[in-house]
Design a binder for this molecule. Structure first.
Ligand code: PLP
Length: 378
């Protein structure tokens, strides 16, 4: 079945008492036993909860995994996956990944004895050159944040298999509606459900989807031991949001394409980063491995533009971090989403103070373009 259908129907019919169409919220922290060793299948919500499991089942169906866990943030999903590793293990990740991921790896897990190399993963040969005897994990984020560079998923999986490492893909930017990393051999997909999966800017959450059942079991044990599972209320909200994933992504994407085309021709814009434009240097690869370019557009604004005044003039684009909600959001990357990345690392990744990132929302494209035009031309 198509993903639009799966997102509506997977994992959701859990109320055998009343046949509720919406999955009930089970806020209970604990579940009573019918006798020693006889449970309903649930005993304590840190370990497992029916509302959380309904969402996990839905997301596993969307990504094509054997099992999933839903966590309280995207960062806790990433941390939980990192706990699969041991001191002395080596991880290869992109040099232009999400700033919070970079910080967690560099500042927290490096200090716990895990070795990291952050490389330009735009060329799979760079990844191959970074492989060491102790490489255990290759971390893929594509399109990357904020410059929308594309990592060749299939080629990277080949490098990982050759060296016996697992691959993890952060699929937050495109969502399973537009990109299916597991079809290309990826072992684990992670999400910040805060973004497109929930889609309404009213939850922070994460998810870990595993291709193989035994890895899903290991992740379930880690979520229980670390306590990174999300609350039943948040799971309910994300499940509610995910049912409209398909039509939302279509609208985000159509609006993003219209905005990217407008920006591409504008005199105050030096460069536009959007994988849906034929001018994107990896346009063919993006088309090959994804069914769409998504709703994120970045651009370098001309130095002649007074940034503070530009942001002030915008009425529809809210000056805010995050992405994937109904309202369009805009930000200066260096001072906002990527402030946690050291300046030298930002420069190496190609991010300057002129780099602007837009999460294109669900408004009408004409209104968005008119707002942007007014702010740029003033
Ligand atoms: C937001 C984001 C994260 C972190 O998720 P939180 O829900 O904010 O913890 C990780 N990866 C990407 C690509 C993101 O955009």
């Amino acid at each position: 079945m198509h993903i639009a259908t799966r997102s509506v129907h997977s994992g959701v019919y859990k109320d055998t008492a009343y046949n509720s169409v919406a999955t009930p919220i089970y806020p209970s922290s604990t579940f009573f036993f019918d006798g020693i060793g006889r449970t309903s299948g649930y005993d304590y919500t840190r370990t497992a909860n029916p509302t959380r499991d309904a969402l996990a089942e839905n997301l596993a169906a969307l990504e094509g995994g054997a099992g999933a866990q839903v966590t309280n943030t995207g960062m806790s999903a990433i941390a939980t996956v990192m706990f699969l590793l041991r001191p002395g293990d080596h991880v290869i990740a992109g040099h232009d990944i999400y700033g919070g991921t970079y910080r967690q790896m560099d500042a927290i897990f490096r200090g716990m004895g895990i070795d990291f190399d952050f490389v330009d993963m735009g060329d799979p040969e760079n990844v191959r050159s970074a492989v060491k005897p102790n490489t255990r994990c290759i971390w893929i984020e594509t399109p990357s944040n904020p410059l929308l560079n594309i990592v060749d998923i299939a080629a990277t999986v080949t490098v990982a298999r050759d060296c016996g490492a697992i691959t993890v893909a952060d699929n937050t930017f495109l969502s399973p509606y537009l990109q299916q990393p597991m079809e290309m051999g990826v072992d684990i997909v992670i999400h910040s459900t805060t973004k497109y999966l929930n889609g309404h800017s009213d939850v922070v959450g994460g998810a870990i989807i595993c291709r193989e059942a035994d890895m899903a079991e290991q992740i379930a044990e880690l979520v229980n031991a670390l306590g990174t599972g999300c609350s039943p209320f948040d799971a309910f909200l994300v499940l509610r949001g995910v049912k409209t994933l398909a039509p939302r992504m279509e609208t985000h994407q159509a609006n993003a394409m219209a905005l990217a085309q407008f920006l591409d021709g504008h005199a105050k814009v030096q460069r536009v980063y959007y994988p849906g434009l034929t001018s994107h240097r990896q346009y063919d690869l993006a088309r090959k491995q994804s069914s769409g370019a998504g709703g994120m557009v970045s651009f370098d604004i001309d130095v002649s533009v007074d940034l503070g005044a530009f942001f002030d003039r915008l009425e529809l684009f809210l000056l805010a971090e995050s992405l994937g909600g109904p309202a369009s959001l805009i930000e200066q990357v260096s001072s906002m989403s990527h402030a946690s990345m050291p300046e030298a690392a930002r420069v190496e990744a190609g991010i300057s103070d002129q780099t602007i990132r837009v999460s294109v929302g669900l408004e009408h494209a004409d209104d968005l373009i008119a707002d942007m035009q007014r702010a740029l031309d003033a």
